[in-house]
Design a protein around this ligand. Structure first.
Ligand code: AQP
Length: 333
């Protein structure tokens, strides 16, 4: 084994992936694959914290894998697998549940947000979601977890639980670090730009889906909510500027140019010109990914083979951690 560090991340197939998922997570994953051992999963177990249509969940799980590949994740050199194909995730989550405090989980922003959106179904799984996420990461002794900003709070709780466990039993878990992309860590809703862009937003105009037609993408960006000031300027923390800030971040992330550079191009220009250019840049970013996706999704046998191979590797790696944990807590192994 070489001394490359380990990267773990995943996305839940709870809807079609958005531009936020791409810029906040997958784009970063692609850039890490040269230098690290990367493990990228389709987190289906997390999705059932909210009701799903079973046939859709099954379909979307493979679609997400096809999208990972289309975005440039190399199947030969990385492990990709479906979370539920490795029972160790549920097994370690149970143990970690017994080392996580209710008070810690009650503070989680995502729990508060999702329980207010799904008031009819505030289930225990939704509450303990961060514990399952901690198990996902700690099983593989991951050093780094590339995520968007919304997930940093869950990385913190994962670190706390791992440190607590290590303090009792010795160095069982590697303490992981969250990795945010330089730009694109927090892409906001196009209709309510103080809220993050989410794939499960009931209003499809609020997000760009990686599956949207190119003309739909352009339309959604052109109708993004902005302000009436008419000045293209980035003002961090100013909610009245949230729409323009968001479009500037998107433009910067898809073109690789700094926000300052982009702002200079639009001195004295109007929102119409700017939105038109952002729309074009996003379309040019997504178009080749879509073409590749359409090719890959047609080959179900190939996708199934990747999942099977990935699950075998994932099970092999995680078994070592789980055995160690079981031994430490006193289970007969
Ligand atoms: N708007 C965003 N900007 C930047 N990064 C984002 N991510 C999600 N939304 C944005 C990052 O994408 C990865 C996958 O997230 P996930 O699907 O596991 O869960 P999520 O964070 O809850 O994403 P969604 O799209 O909001 O899903 P739903 O609507 O089902 O809750 C993570 O790295 C996340 O940070």
């Amino acid at each position: 084994m070489d001394d490359k560090k380990i990267v773990f991340s995943g996305i839940q197939p709870s809807g079609n992936l958005t531009l936020g998922n791409y810029l906040g997570a997958i784009k970063n994953w692609v850039s890490l694959q040269e230098d690290y051992h990367c493990i990228y999963a389709m987190m289906d177990m997390h999705t059932i914290t909210v009701r799903q249509t079973p046939a859709e969940l099954r379909r979307r799980t493979l679609e997400i894998l096809a999208l990972y590949l289309a975005c440039g994740i190399d199947a030969e050199n990385n492990i990709m697998f479906i979370q539920s194909h490795n029972p160790a995730h549920a097994e370690l989550a149970w143990v970690l549940n017994c080392y996580t405090y209710m008070g810690e989980l009650q503070r989680m922003t995502q729990f508060k947000d999702k329980s207010s959106r799904h008031a009819e179904n505030i289930n225990a799984g939704l509450f303990t979601y961060p514990v399952l996420m901690a198990a996902d990461i700690l099983l593989y002794q991951a050093d780094y977890v590339p995520v968007g900003k919304d997930q940093m709070q869950h990385i913190e709780i994962c670190r706390d639980v791992a440190q607590r466990f290590n303090a009792i039993y010795g160095d069982v878990f590697t303490i992981p670090e969250g990795l945010l992309p330089k730009v694109g860590a927090n892409i906001m809703s196009l209709q309510n730009p103080v809220k993050k862009m989410s794939k499960s937003d009931p209003n499809p105009k609020a997000y760009i889906s990686m599956m949207d037609d190119m003309n739909v993408i352009a339309k959604k960006i052109k109708s993004a909510v902005t302000d009436s000031e008419g000045v293209i300027e980035y003002r961090e923390g100013d909610d009245t500027k949230a729409g323009i800030n968001n479009l500037l971040s998107i433009m910067s992330a898809v073109t690789g140019r700094s926000i300052d550079d982009v702002v200079k191009d639009y001195a004295g220009k109007g929102y119409g010109d700017f939105k038109g250019d952002v729309a074009e840049a996003v379309v040019e970013c997504i178009r080749p990914i879509r073409a590749e996706y359409d090719r890959i999704i047609a080959d179900k046998a190939y996708l199934t083979e990747i999942c099977q191979k990935g699950a075998e590797s994932a099970r092999r790696i995680s078994e070592r951690t789980l055995k160690k944990v079981y031994k430490k807590v006193g289970f007969v192994v």
